[in-house]
Design a protein around this ligand. Structure first.
Ligand code: ZN
Length: 218
């Protein structure tokens, strides 16, 4: 069984998720957008008090609000589609531009040496955690969703929100690509799949097929 713990972090209230096995002790962190020691501590304290072992950091895409807290985590592999590497490299600069203070140490760069490529990857396994990598460009060129099929859990990043989708007017965004990704990879999932988006509250594929205007007439 896989469970999801949600942490709302940074001024954009990005959803950082700890995904963990209830039968083992494996966990991954998705999109650590923590900007302060306090936000980071909430995540790491949960991992430690639950006696979980952190196996990897998974990034749904390279936008600063999803990746800026990566340097808080030491000695862990970071998975990103390299099409978003430029965005990833710009994360600290973007925070400076938006005057978002970041407390983690960027003096050693963005841990780019530890980046693992997701571009050609279809599945990931970390102990008892297994997920499919759905390649869903549109919000950014390298956007992906993580689908834990057995537990019917989709981590959708900024591809799909409750009632909406991620914007496509930012760097690397493309509306046609996003609509194509929704049609190919998202509406084809079972209605019972629970969706954990990059911002806002969880939903289900079934609910979104009813309420989400971007899923109409695909
Ligand atoms: Zn984004």
């Amino acid at each position: 069984m896989v469970e999801v713990k949600t942490f709302y972090v940074n001024p954009l209230r990005e959803c950082c998720y700890v995904i963990y096995s209830t039968t083992g002790n494996d966990c991954v962190v998705v999109d650590p957008g923590c900007v302060s020691e306090r936000e980071f501590k909430r995540v790491i304290d949960f991992i430690e008090t639950s006696k979980l072992g952190l196996r990897a950091i998974l990034l749904t895409h390279g936008h600063f609000d999803h990746v800026i807290g990566v340097p808080f985590f030491k000695d862990v592999e970071v998975y990103l589609n390299s099409k978003d590497k430029d965005l990833y490299s710009q994360a600290k600069g973007q925070c400076d531009y938006y005057r978002i203070e970041v407390e983690c140490d960027y003096s050693k760069g963005n841990l780019e040496n530890e980046l693992k490529e997701l571009a050609e990857v279809d599945t990931l396994s970390f102990g008892e955690l297994n997920c499919k990598v759905l390649h869903t460009p549109g919000h950014s060129r390298g956007s992906v969703c993580f689908y834990f099929k057995e537990d019917e859990i989709l981590i959708s990043g900024d591809t799909l929100f409750q009632g909406s989708v991620g914007r496509t007017d930012l760097q690397g965004g493309n509306y046609e690509s996003l609509m194509g990704s929704l049609e190919k990879s998202i509406v084809t999932l079972p209605k019972s799949v629970k969706v954990y988006p990059g911002h806002g509250y969880p939903t289900t594929i079934g609910t979104e097929l009813l309420i989400n205007p971007f899923l109409k007439e695909l």
